[in-house]
Design a protein around this ligand. Structure first.
Ligand SMILES: Nc1nc2c(ncn2[C@@H]2O[C@H](COP(=O)(O)OP(=O)(O)OP(=O)(O)O)[C@@H](O)[C@H]2O)c(=O)[nH]1
Ligand SMILES: Nc1nc2c(ncn2[C@@H]2O[C@H](COP(=O)(O)OP(=O)(O)OP(=O)(O)O)[C@@H](O)[C@H]2O)c(=O)[nH]1
Length: 443
């Protein structure tokens, strides 16, 4: 995630700006791994993606004896080392002073992207005052009022435009699919059926690592990239010394994919290895379709299907969100249903629910539910809920005390979310955060 730092001399309104942006775009005051605790930062979600907003002013200890100039220099130094974009806040009404000029000089020399934010322009009639900030020598400046919420959304748009494009997994893009499963279950046969039968195979594309080849197929205007198919096509028996690499390779394929087809065979489903694979797929936040192959071998007995399904649901209960598709690569039966299932799962994995709808759902979910408590009369209270990201859908619940949340309660909430919205095939992630009095003032 990109990092956007707020810097500026004391009292220009850095904290106010931070709180304004964080409050508006929902701040989760989270622990950024590897960063010191005393920094104020929040992941900000916008229509385009996410970035971390950092208030470098928060770095200074409260009764710091250090002179202002010294502390500002430290901020600049850190911001330059760590951020993708610097928001240089000045007092748009009070004017530019020597310290601002010094900071400007350092920033200009660094050639890092800088956006000058002229704060405290509370009223359009003060707009003229902010023209002074152009003497700092930057191309771009925007007048805002953190306190009166003026121009903040424009500022956010400007920030978004200046950030490095994130790797996007939008529904319009190709879907990366991994085919995994125990040896001999029919992965190659399914792949051949999917890519070979109707000349739909576009190309084999060398991947980034040696030996990795992906196959790209277009069907109904959707691009499917089957990742690391070289290993599947090369029909050499795996010798046991190579087993380790084949496992690593399978995990890599999962990590590179959006949706995984976990292939099993009708005669033996839900083995320990299948459980391990399914576990990894969920942990990595990938979509999942359970494929039962060699249906031709078992379909003679009509009671077999339901029994098999029951076994899969019981043994692999932690992926009961995944659709199960019975196919036969040999006869080609139902293999054609896989692309549609993959698309559906990927769509669900990208599903975003607006905050208002979520909170409506929350009300319904909790209407008759007994909240977990500490046994001494204190109960969990959920203030509100927001979806902070997709792939997989990730939700943050703001509560009075996260330690009151039990595993059973979390499972219950996930079940209810799944009842209210279609999340077939995708894992969901929940986070519980203590609701703070104001967005980030107490980090
Ligand atoms: N009129 C006006 N006042 C503002 C605005 N933004 C902040 N202020 C005021 O400016 C003062 C300083 O704001 P802060 O957000 O604490 O400034 P800071 O840059 O974080 O200050 P330090 O923590 O000392 O570095 C406060 O009194 C704010 O109320 C604004 O948009 N308009
Ligand atoms: N009866 C039947 N046999 C199948 C079916 N699909 C594949 N097979 C057979 O199962 C064997 C293994 O198929 P592969 O496609 O090579 O399996 P794989 O999972 O790619 O195997 P590895 O490369 O060892 O991981 C072959 O002999 C196939 O002909 C099916 O639907 N029905």
């Amino acid at each position: 995630m990109a990092i956007v730092s707020i810097i500026g001399r004391p009292n220009v309104g850095k904290s106010s700006l931070f709180n304004r942006i964080a409050g508006q775009r929902l701040a989760i005051v989270d622990d950024l791994p590897g960063v010191t605790r005393d920094r104020l930062y929040a992941p900000i979600t916008t229509d385009r993606g996410q970035f971390y907003l950092v208030d470098t002013g928060g770095l200074e200890e409260e009764n710091s004896e250090r002179p202002f100039a010294e502390s500002v220099r430290r901020q600049v130094h850190l911001a330059l080392a760590e951020s993708d974009l610097v928001l240089f806040v000045v007092d748009g009404r009070g004017g530019i002073n020597a310290l601002d000029r010094e900071v400007a000089m350092t920033l200009r020399r660094s050639e890092r992207p800088v956006l000058v934010v002229a704060n405290k322009i509370d009223d359009p009639k003060h707009d003229e005052a902010y023209y002074d900030v152009f003497e700092l020598g930057f191309e771009e400046a925007i007048p805002v009022s953190a306190e009166h919420n003026r121009n903040i959304s424009t500022l956010l748009e400007m920030i978004e435009e200046r950030l490095p494009r994130q790797e996007s997994l939008d529904a319009e893009d190709e879907i990366r699919v991994a085919l995994v499963g125990r040896p001999n279950v029919g992965k190659s046969s399914i792949l051949n059926e999917l890519t070979g039968s109707d000349r739909s195979l576009v190309s084999d594309i060398p991947g980034t690592t040696r030996d990795v080849v992906d196959s790209v197929v277009v069907r109904d205007d959707r691009r499917f990239r089957f990742v690391d198919t070289a290993g599947l096509r090369r029909k050499s028996r795996i010798d046991s010394r190579l087993e380790y690499y084949s496992t690593v390779r399978t995990f890599q394929a999962i990590d590179r994919s959006d949706v995984v087809l976990l292939v099993m065979e009708g005669t033996e489903v839900a083995t320990d290895q299948d459980k391990r694979l399914a576990g990894h797929i969920v942990e990595q936040g990938r979509g999942l379709v359970l494929v039962v192959n060699k249906w031709d071998l078992v379909s003679k007995d009509p009671s077999f299907g339901p029994k098999l399904l029951k076994k899969i649901r019981e043994e692999l209960s932690f992926v009961d969100h995944a659709p199960v598709v019975f196919v036969s690569a040999l006869s080609g039966r139902s293999v054609g249903r896989l692309p549609e299932a993959i698309c559906r799962v990927q769509e669900n994995r990208c599903r975003r629910i607006v905050t208002s709808r979520l909170n409506e759902m929350l009300r319904d979910i909790l209407a008759f539910e007994r909240m977990p408590g500490d046994g001494k009369g204190r109960y969990l209270r959920i203030s509100y809920l927001a979806q902070v990201s997709v792939t997989p859908p990730t939700f943050v619940f703001f509560v009075n005390d996260p330690s009151l949340v039990t595993v059973a309660f979390e499972r219950y909430v996930i079940r209810q979310l799944r009842k209210m919205e279609t999340f077939e095939g995708t894992p969901l992630r929940l986070f519980w955060r203590k609701k703070r009095p104001s967005a980030a003032s107490t980090a």
